[in-house]
Design a protein around this ligand. Structure first.
Ligand SMILES: NC(=O)c1ccc[n+]([C@@H]2O[C@H](COP(=O)([O-])OP(=O)(O)OC[C@H]3O[C@@H](n4cnc5c(N)ncnc54)[C@H](OP(=O)(O)O)[C@@H]3O)[C@@H](O)[C@H]2O)c1
Length: 285
């Protein structure tokens, strides 16, 4: 199969590219602002360029990990968030639907309000902030097409050497001996990027359409996540300062009691934090 990955330069897009290439699939990937070898530039808000690219590539599947996932920036710049998180995916929807090819969109656990996590696919969404509202709006539009698969992950982490990766940020602070604060009252199910890509592809091939939650098997607070990363990297004696969401001056409200579970256990991710080699990642920082 030939895959078009819009946003292949991102954390999920990169994991997806590696997974598909490992399976021997043909991949065409795009970047927006960070050029990468072998990828082509695309701003999915530009309908004409997007159509030209789809005509050139003639994909059998279109994947959209591309997004503006910075929750606070979305709150500050809602028009830009709408253009990237809703309007761009809707352009790709038209192109996928007219060709009758599958469309895979990465959404988020932030479509839920965090009053009763972990959430399953049939729970009613109620986003608390602009980002979640726009991702839900895109989901609703894309689900009008019966070829759409919506994947919802949560708190994605990987071994990527990039500040957008939470693990990288924590390890960088630990190595620099900077004090670390983390919320004790925000709970979620951290999701490893590589298994996310594997299970998303498995679900696509199995013909799953509609919504699918793909998150890690463990639910923990942000503070516990930081402490676990520190211990696995050899910094078990570092004291992580406890804060609460209410103390943090964040523009966008976060779901507190969040996280995801699935009604489709055959696709469930079993990989745990321990499966990443944190000491090795540390050597590259
Ligand atoms: N990160 C998380 O913890 C998390 C949690 C739950 C759900 N998600 C969802 O998972 C998906 C992937 O997230 P991620 O962490 O991989 O994000 P990321 O690393 O920030 O990657 C975003 C990608 O989108 C591209 N992009 C940005 N604007 C674009 C535009 N106008 N047209 C085309 N491409 C554009 C970026 O390109 P450049 O980098 O080249 O600019 C990049 O490749 C997103 O839908 C996000 O909402 C993420």
């Amino acid at each position: 199969m030939k895959h078009l990955i819009v946003g292949a330069s991102g954390q999920v897009g990169g994991a997806l590219t590696r997974e598909l290439e490992h399976r021997g699939e043909a991949v065409a990937g795009t970047y927006m602002s960070r050029p990468q070898a072998g990828m082509v530039p695309l701003d999915m808000r530009d309908a004409a360029s997007t159509q030209r690219l789809v005509d050139d590539v003639t994909p059998d599947v279109i994947w959209i990990p591309g997004a503006m996932p910075d929750v606070d920036r979305c709150e500050r710049e809602p028009d830009l968030s709408h253009a990237i998180n809703v309007d761009g995916p809707k352009i790709l929807l038209e192109l996928a639907a007219s060709r009758r090819i599958p469309l895979v969109y990465f959404s988020t656990d932030y479509v839920f309000d965090g009053t009763g996590g972990p959430y399953r696919e049939n729970h009613a969404p109620r986003p608390l902030q602009v980002y979640g509202s726009h991702k839900l709006e895109a989901e609703t539009a894309l689900l009008q097409y019966d070829g759409t698969l919506i994947i919802r992950p949560a708190w994605i982490y990987s071994d990527e050497m990039n500040p957008r990766n939470f693990v990288f940020r924590v390890l960088t602070d630990l190595k620099a001996k900077r004090p670390i604060k983390a919320a004790v009252d925000q709970f979620n199910t951290p999701t490893p990027a590589a298994p996310l890509a594997q299970h998303a592809m498995d679900a696509l091939i199995a013909g799953h359409r509609g919504i699918l939650h793909l998150a890690g098997p463990e639910r923990m607070s942000r503070k516990e996540l930081v402490e676990r990363i520190a211990a696995l990297a050899g910094y078990g004696d570092v004291v992580v300062e406890s804060v609460t969401l209410g103390n943090l001056p964040l523009p966008a409200q976060r779901p507190a009691n969040g996280g995801l579970a699935t009604n489709f256990p055959r696709f469930a991710i079993l990989a745990r934090l321990e499966d990443l080699n944190f000491r090795q990642i540390l050597t590259g920082i």
